[in-house]
Design a protein around this ligand. Structure first.
Ligand SMILES: [Zn+2]
Length: 128
């Protein structure tokens, strides 16, 4: 009888621990943190990494002879494409990005701008 109770208490403890772990993962996702790094990739290759906290304007050249241009602007902790030579202009119309994991993709120019969080913060690693 006592053994049975102990088993039940153990199960409750495990359930509580699982619940705590699960809710912390859920909270981690719903309060997705603001990133601190802007990574630019052109045609799948790293082009540049810039801090999101420093205002800057970066011209991203792509295509043959670098004839395509996307002008990346980092301002007030947000990143957006100010002008681009691509025909569709979707990247220019994209709203500024700043959350971890957000990205602006320019398909015609094969330019991908992604927000991430660099490792130098004191956030503990989450093992998924
Ligand atoms: Zn574009």
């Amino acid at each position: 009888m006592t053994e049975k109770h102990r088993f039940r208490n153990d199960m409750i403890l495990i359930a509580v621990l699982l619940l705590v772990a699960f809710s912390s993962i859920v909270c981690y996702n719903c309060f997705r943190s603001t990133g601190n790094t802007v990574t630019v990739r052109v045609d799948g290759t790293d082009y540049g990494v810039y801090p999101l906290s420093v205002n800057a304007t970066k011209d991203i050249y792509s295509g043959e002879n670098g004839c395509n241009l996307n002008r990346l602007v980092i301002r007030d902790g947000k990143a957006y494409i100010e002008t681009a030579t691509c025909p569709d202009g979707i990247c220019v119309a994209h709203k500024p990005i700043f959350r971890d994991g957000e990205s602006i993709i320019c398909l015609p120019n094969r330019v991908v701008v992604t927000i991430s969080t660099a490792d130098h913060t004191d956030t503990p690693d989450v093992i998924m």
